[in-house]
Design a protein around this ligand. Structure first.
Ligand SMILES: Cc1ncc(COP(=O)(O)O)c(C=O)c1O
Length: 360
């Protein structure tokens, strides 16, 4: 039997919720049966954010969050070892991505390098909580206050982590989550922007318009458009799944943490993801010298692995003269191992034994 890299963790609860929503015949939010607004309410309670607005992907969440900050011709500091949406949101809003190198232990942005990159043009910083591992928010928050820079957290890997809850850890102006099917909280398609700001109510109204083509002030047969928007709203079927997933998010994350603890202890590899109870472990990474051969051998034994990620500054759209030695080295060696709550003890033993055998 093949062992998948990622898998959603579902049961009859999600099946029933989807069927009920399908049969309601109201699938779009707004015209729907209220799953989206219920999900927003529950996620707000869960994260203690000032406002939570559901959208249809993590990409949409980042695009909207950046659009609130008037970054045109301004710089935004981002890591390069991430999914390309972390950078696309900057370009799409007319900003200039400034890539920063990562800490080789956590693969999150290296906080010691941030201050050197800050200029008069810096408007925002996007820490990516890589694999669910917390970025050094203490340092990032103190720099954001010193230089009046906004923080937009890319928490695509970090749903359910304690540090993404306001009052416990997260202090980004916006915290952007992805509910892509293989994320810690999975939906057919989904994302969410959590806003932490004294003007959260105003931002909420703008996001509501921006996630549906700019439409505001709906009144009988009239509505108004003041700002441009996109078709980013979450559908009721995704929210139905999300409501069930949210109920079991802590359980799913504690299974992931348990697996990560075992990987960290049992893998005989120098470069591997460290263990901390604060990490949501969306993925588990190791570094190997001959990645192609390692992945091929694992695949022959029925174990799927991944490479997260090709560094963004190596794509032709983003190529410039920036040198990021740690990112470039890790980008060539990183491999992700299966990580999802459906793994069995037997799966884990097999993955660990074969990884130890093939990684040398
Ligand atoms: C770090 C990171 N940011 C953003 C995204 C975008 O999320 P989505 O796929 O929901 O658009 C992803 C998704 O894979 C991601 O891994």
């Amino acid at each position: 039997m093949k062992i998948n890299l990622f898998e959603p963790y579902i049961d009859e609860a999600e099946e029933k919720a989807v069927l009920e929503t399908l049969r309601s015949k109201f699938w779009a939010s707004g015209a729907g049966i209220g799953n989206v607004s219920k999900f927003e309410k529950k996620f707000k309670q869960y994260t203690k954010a000032d406002e939570c607005l559901a959208v249809n992907s993590g990409t949409a969440a980042l695009n909207i969050a950046l659009s609130l900050l008037d970054i045109k011709n301004h710089e935004v500091i981002i890591p390069s070892l991430s999914f390309v949406s972390t950078a696309n949101c900057v370009l799409l809003n007319g900003g200039i991505p400034k890539f920063i190198d990562i800490d080789p232990k956590t693969l999150c942005m290296n906080p010691k390098l941030i201050e050197k990159l800050i200029t008069k043009k810096t408007k925002a910083i996007i820490p990516v909580h890589f694999g669910g591992f917390p970025s050094d928010m203490k340092k990032i928050v103190s720099l954001s206050k010193k230089y009046d820079i906004k923080i937009v957290e890319d928490a695509a890997h970090a749903a359910g982590s304690s540090f993404c809850k306001k009052k416990i850890g997260s202090h980004g102006f916006a915290v952007c989550f992805s509910f892509h099917p293989v994320k810690n909280l999975g939906m057919p398609t989904g994302g969410l922007i959590a806003i932490n700001d004294s003007n959260a109510k105003k931002f909420k109204a703008r996001i509501e318009a921006k996630r549906w083509c700019g439409i505001t002030n709906r009144n009988d047969d009239r509505y108004e458009i003041k700002e441009v928007g996109d078709n980013y709203y979450m559908n009721e079927i995704s929210a139905a799944v999300g409501l069930k997933q949210l109920q079991k998010l802590n359980k799913m994350n504690s299974i992931r943490k348990n697996f990560a603890k075992i990987y960290e202890k049992e893998l005989d590899i120098e470069m591997k993801m460290p263990f901390t109870k604060d990490c949501a472990y969306h993925l588990y990474w190791i570094c190997v010298k001959n990645r192609k051969l390692f992945r091929q051998k694992m695949s022959e034994k029925g174990i799927q692995t991944g490479t997260h990620y090709q560094p963004i500054h190596t794509f032709s759209l983003y190529k410039n003269n920036v040198k990021l030695p740690i990112t470039e080295k890790i980008g060539k060696e990183i491999v992700t191992l299966p990580m999802h709550p459906n793994l069995t003890e037997g799966d884990l033993d097999k993955i660990i034994n074969l990884t130890n055998r093939f990684s040398g």
